[in-house]
Design a protein around this ligand. Structure first.
Ligand SMILES: C[S@@+](CC[C@H](N)C(=O)[O-])C[C@H]1O[C@@H](n2cnc3c(N)ncnc32)[C@H](O)[C@@H]1O
Length: 372
């Protein structure tokens, strides 16, 4: 008998960064559902995790941890009870029958307005089926989680979801691509990367270890596949493992700024007031000489892990010397920022503007100092 690989295990180990991923999706869904169920035009929510796994894991101490489908089923079952006139449908699917059988024992039971649909097939086939039923109206809001173990993305299956009313969360497995693209020899492996990045392998080899090149490629594909005229919002947050290597980006895609704002807020809250799971070893608060164009003293900034003081410093750089800047103007600048949240950290940002940058905080406006 051959040993089971970690992908075959029904209950496998979840590392700390994976548990953060479950938390982020759970917390996002909680508030997403509340907002939409309160919205008069929305009659139905659809949540899909087309590569759902078994729903159960154990952590580094051997304790049970639940995955996305179990958490989301609990959250949405409660929401269905509070909104008896609205429908909630959940689709969970995995290639493994054993995993889906196990998940069945963990998800909440159906009710008159809440149904869990379980299946065992290629997740991309499920998306093709569900995708062909999507309508452009606003009565049904869906959220699709696309979460493979490898950098394998079927864009044709995702297309309808990027182009209808709803949101998509894609796990971009950077670790896999950075490590393996340059070594890919087998035809199936090469075609996996070519399909994911929609380009020939020769164009990917020069990316080497440059994670930003892979990230930019994926973001460009998302924007190219979205056909609508309205702005499309894409927010990506990196997840680092305990060795501080990047494992994946969890990318949220939406045509609605409210979803974009909410995802940024939830990511920063789940990471504990920063923008990733990276361990910056306390260096973020240390004053040091910056060998940059300013050649001044300041705190270090890590573009893979921003902290709330980085938000305050950014605002100071934009509004330096301006008097009575309305708070609305400040928060709306943050709304469209790709990483910084506009909600969830306002008191802390104001406190830092005053303490670190000499700003005068008024009831509805801020006067910024001249400091650099
Ligand atoms: C990263 S895990 C999913 C974790 C889950 N989304 C969660 O958050 O709890 C990836 C799962 O995808 C399944 N899988 C991989 N490729 C698949 C495919 N093409 N179709 C369906 N399932 C797939 C694997 O069996 C594995 O259970």
């Amino acid at each position: 008998m051959t040993a089971l690989s970690s992908t075959d295990n029904i209950i496998s180990k979840a590392s700390a960064h994976t548990i953060k991923k479950f938390e982020l999706i759970e917390k996002y869904v909680e508030e997403w559902a509340q907002i939409l169920l309160n919205y008069e035009k929305c009659n139905q929510l659809v949540f899909i995790d087309c590569m759902s796994n078994s729903g159960e894991y154990y952590d580094a101490d051997g304790r049970t941890v639940y995955g996305t489908p179990v958490r989301v089923s609990h959250v949405l079952r409660k929401a269905a009870e509070s909104y008896p006139h609205k429908r909630i449908d959940l689709y969970f699917n995995d290639l493994s029958q054993g995993k889906i059988d196990h998940l069945k024992s963990l998800v909440d039971k159906d009710s008159h307005n809440f149904s869990v649909h379980l299946s065992t097939m290629d997740g991309n086939d499920l998306l093709r089926r569900v995708g062909s039923l999507l309508t452009p109206g606003q009565e049904t809001h869906y959220l699709l989680v696309y979460d493979p173990y490898q950098a394998a993305i079927d864009w044709v299956a995702l297309m309808p979801f990027l182009n209808n009313w709803g949101e998509v969360i894609i796990n971009h497995m950077l670790y896999d691509s950075i490590r393996a693209t340059k070594l890919a020899k087998r035809e199936t492996t090469i075609s996996k990367y070519e399909q994911t990045y929609l380009t020939d392998i020769e164009n990917l080899i020069p990316y080497g270890n440059d994670k930003a090149a892979y990230e930019a490629r994926i973001e460009a594909i998302i924007h190219a596949l979205h056909r609508g005229e309205r702005r499309y919002y894409v927010a990506a947050f990196p997840f680092f493992n305990s060795k501080n290597a990047i494992v994946y980006n969890l990318i949220h895609c939406t045509g609605n700024i409210a979803g974009f704002k909410l995802y940024k807020k939830k990511a920063w809250q789940v990471f504990g007031g920063k923008s990733s799971t990276k361990n910056t070893h306390g260096l973020e608060n240390q004053l040091s000489f910056l060998f940059d164009e300013t050649d001044s003293y300041g705190t270090r900034t890590d573009e893979n892990c921003y902290y709330v003081p980085d938000i305050a410093a950014y605002l100071q750089s934009i509004f330096r010397g301006r008097r009575d800047v309305p708070l609305n103007e400040i928060w709306s600048l943050l709304e469209s920022h790709p990483v910084f949240p506009s909600d969830g950290f306002r008191p802390e940002i104001k406190r830092l503007l005053k303490a670190e940058h000499g700003a005068i905080i008024g009831r509805s406006s801020v006067t910024f100092s001249d400091r650099k």
